[in-house]
Design a protein around this ligand. Structure first.
Ligand SMILES: *Cc1c(COP(=O)(O)O)cnc(C)c1O
Length: 366
């Protein structure tokens, strides 16, 4: 069986370093707002070319607190893609704002700038593009729409560690950006963790209050904030893993190249694209087929792990039924949701495993 993802191999390769890092945190009992956290914040921000990094408890909080920090208020509208993980929209809802769903670009699967334009109303306050699967959203177009309409941009980078847009790391382009370090993400912690990046001193100060109960001094609280801090143990783990991020992203990219060579001419199979001047980090490798459910069942039976990111567009999720979304609203997202399959992709995937996965896919699609 070729697994869709295997986290254990990566752990084994760095276990000694990880254990030493965790032991160090324990011996210093430096668990909350610790030096490890501050050092990781600085290191991660620097590697993304951003001025500030503010560690938080998870990726959902990173997006939610970033939206609040850039000024999203109750009842504001925030434009989000229809085809993403639900946390993107949930972050908007947590800020008491309203997600307005927009369809995808059929080539990159990321939010369509043209369709953003038609979704803007007087209540729109921000755009929350997702660099989906590790391919960057069309940031020049999105930033120019935002500036022309006085909107903020918060990037959802949960799937895009190591992704470049025209040579620039994502997370440094909008007004703020949220990353998740959920264990299976391209840079994953050993539990939940997240970070917000921003180049704005003011947004940074807002976030430091928001994540730590509005604390200005130990006993003084200037706002009613939240408790959402990056755990010291997770920061120590992430500092170890950050050193390998480039290597792991390059391994993912090499696998993608190999898949393209082996599967490029298979009839009825659409492979992911990497647009010119973009660097895809391949958090997941998503292909499209007709008869997806049937194909998936056969892949699993023959030993090729697979998954779907994501089978139900957000405007059709029960959680968002109250917004009145219906079938036909976002045709690209709806069609793709029925066609997409994620196939094995993780840095430690061996050439033999990859060849085996490709062979099974060819057999099934014959
Ligand atoms: C994983 C993910 C999140 C949420 O991150 P958590 O750390 O699980 O809260 C948000 N947006 C996208 C696109 C994600 O993939």
């Amino acid at each position: 069986m070729v697994p869709l993802i295997d986290l254990k191999i990566q752990h084994k390769s760095i276990a000694a370093e990880i254990e030493a890092a965790i032991k160090n945190v324990c011996e210093n009992t430096a668990f909350i707002l610790s030096d490890e956290m501050k050092t990781f914040e600085a290191e991660f921000a620097a590697c993304c070319g951003a001025k500030h990094g503010i560690g938080v408890a998870n990726g959902t909080d990173a997006l939610f607190l970033a939206l609040k920090a850039v000024g999203v208020k109750d009842g504001d509208e925030v434009i989000v893609p229809a085809n993403t993980f639900i946390a993107t929209a949930a972050a908007v809802s947590h800020a008491n704002a309203v997600p307005v769903f927009v369809d995808a670009d059929p080539e990159t699967y990321c939010i369509s700038p043209d369709k953003i334009k038609t979704a803007i109303t007087e209540k729109t306050k921000a755009i929350l593009p997702v660099h989906l699967y590790g391919h960057p959203a069309d940031m020049d177009a999105i930033m120019s729409i935002a500036r022309a309409n006085g909107l903020k941009v918060v990037e959802d980078c949960a799937q895009a560690h190591g992704t470049l847009y025209k040579g620039k790391p994502v997370g440094s382009i909008g007004d703020a950006a949220g990353f998740s370090f959920y264990p299976s993400k391209t840079l994953g912690a050993y539990g939940d963790a997240g970070i917000v990046l921003t180049n704005s001193d003011e947004v940074c100060e807002n976030l430091k209050l928001l994540r730590d109960n509005g604390r200005t001094t130990w006993y003084e609280h200037s706002i009613i904030g939240y408790n959402s801090r990056l755990d010291g143990i997770q920061a120590a783990v992430l500092r170890v893993k950050l050193k390998y991020l480039d290597k792991w992203v390059e391994a993912r990219r090499a696998h993608a190249k190999q898949y393209a060579q082996l599967l490029g001419d298979v009839a009825g199979l659409s492979l992911p694209v990497e647009k010119p001047d973009m660097k895809h980090s391949y958090y997941v490798y998503v292909v499209r087929v007709e008869n997806r459910d049937d194909v998936m069942a056969q892949l699993k039976e023959k030993g090729c792990g697979c998954g779907v990111h994501y089978p139900v567009p957000l405007h059709l999720q029960p959680a968002y039924a109250f917004l009145g979304g219906k079938q036909g609203d976002h045709p690209v997202s709806e069609a793709y949701a029925k066609q997409i399959i994620s196939i094995p992709m993780f840095p430690e995937l061996t050439p033999e495993q990859l060849a085996e996965a490709a062979k099974i896919i060819k057999e099934v699609l014959k």
